[in-house]
Design a protein around this ligand. Structure first.
Ligand SMILES: O=C(O)[C@H](O)COP(=O)(O)O
Ligand SMILES: [Mg+2]
Length: 415
């Protein structure tokens, strides 16, 4: 028997194996604690150690994590793959973003990045369609797909909501989107909204000759959510939308299973992510939340607007690159830019993020002086102009809706 202390979780000569999960943290040690001691406690507390020395046989320690690098306030911790249950995202997060987030050995701690080994990735389904939705659902190759969320975000009647959807679809968007806090309230019940919106969708498709679809928010208790997904499929829609952070990753994994059977794509809204990622020195980065979303299998994910919109953003471009990068053959995720966008911001956004995207515009469509249809047309015109490489002002000269939008909002970033 020997005493295992948290210092045993630090080994700066350790080289991670190809099956280790490597996590990068930034930490601020508590008063009176050295960087080495705090870094050791991170590896200890997030794997199989605790604050006290444990008098155990050495053979029990092979599930221990190892802090193998310290560089300023940044540390790297390697976790053995055997520590993790295959395909169980809550369990992974209970290790790498669990007790350590509140541990007094550190004043602050932020999980910045993970390098996921194939041994762990292979336990997850990943996305079913990913960015393939653009061509598979819409037959669109050369431009982002376009979505809109009716405003006010809650309070519209079912009929009004569906009518706003119709106006936006015929104006030029591909997708109607529910807002994150619209689910099944009495003023706009889920089933009625689904039915009435899809009737309007069919009408808009007939009139425009374009494929249209609906990001309908199924967010609810897990069993209820599955029933809503069944209903969505039975009515012939292509997508469900889910608030992944507020629902929780276990529910997302369950929904992903059902969507495999139903052939539905998943649009992920990230409401509440900022509770984890907004403070620069504490929490879990959006980059890691995006990685978790991909493993759990969403097809589209809100990742911000590269600083152009109304919400604080962390490295949208870098996160999008990760979502599209090779991950042992796992399908990619289509990034969605949303939050305070309007037509005048489209060129700068597409310059930063490219065309393999979904762009969502709410207020920047419905706030158009001539209404939703004109607002949607202005948005589509802004995208078409950008794809064609034509400057906004030039395109606006013979596109009146865009001209009005530019006059109203210019290229200002809203708050
Ligand atoms: O859910 C969303 O993405 C937001 O409601 C976006 O709305 P906005 O375009 O009006 O900011
Ligand atoms: Mg919203």
């Amino acid at each position: 028997m020997s005493g295992i202390t948290y210092e045993d979780f630090l080994d700066l000569s350790y080289t991670p194996t190809e099956t280790d999960l490597v996590c990068t943290f930034r930490i601020a040690p508590a008063d009176g604690m050295s960087m080495e001691a705090a870094a050791s406690r991170v590896a200890s507390e997030s794997s199989n150690g605790t604050w006290a020395a444990l008098h155990i046989d050495d053979t029990f320690t092979d599930m221990g994590a190892t802090t193998f690098a310290i560089d300023g306030d940044t540390i790297k911790v390697a976790y053995p793959a055997g520590l993790f249950e295959a395909g169980n995202m809550p369990q992974v997060l209970s290790c790498i973003a669990g007790n350590i987030m509140g541990m007094k050995a550190v004043d602050t701690i932020r999980l910045e990045d993970c390098e996921w080994p194939e041994a762990i990735v292979s336990g997850y389904r990943g996305p079913q369609f990913g960015s393939g939705v653009r061509s598979e659902i819409f037959g669109v190759e050369d431009r982002p797909i376009l979505a809109t969320v009716p405003k006010p975000k809650v309070g519209l009647s079912t009929a009004k909501h569906a009518e706003v959807g119709y106006e936006a679809w015929v104006g030029g968007v591909d997708l109607l989107k529910d807002d994150e806090n619209l689910t099944d309230q009495p003023f706009n019940p889920f089933s009625d909204r689904l039915t009435e919106s899809l009737a309007m969708r069919d009408k808009a498709q007939d009139e425009t000759g374009e494929v249209k679809s609906y990001l309908v928010n199924v967010t609810a208790e897990t069993n209820e959510m599955l029933e809503r997904a069944d209903e969505v499929a039975s009515q012939g829609n292509e997508y469900v939308m889910v608030d992944v952070v507020t629902c929780g990753w276990a529910a997302v994994q369950t929904l992903r299973e059902r969507c495999e059977e139903l052939g539905l794509a998943i649009h992920a809204h990230r409401a509440m992510h900022a509770a984890f990622d907004r403070l620069p020195d504490h929490g879990v980065s959006m980059r890691v939340l995006a990685q978790v979303s991909r493993l759990c299998g969403v097809d589209q994910l809100h990742t911000g607007t590269a600083g152009l919109g109304k919400l604080a953003n962390e490295d949208t471009v870098g996160i999008n690159e990760w979502l599209r990068s090779d991950l042992y053959g796992m399908t990619d995720v289509l990034p969605t830019a949303s939050g305070g966008l309007h037509p005048g911001l489209v060129p700068a956004l597409m310059d930063a993020t490219g065309t393999n995207m979904c762009i969502q515009v709410g207020g920047g469509i419905h706030g158009h002086p001539e209404g939703t249809r004109a607002g949607a047309a202005a948005f589509r015109q802004a995208v078409d102009a950008t794809v064609a490489g034509v400057p906004m002002d030039e395109y606006a000269a013979d596109h009146a809706e865009l001209a009005t939008a530019l006059e109203k909002w210019g290229t200002e970033t809203p708050r």
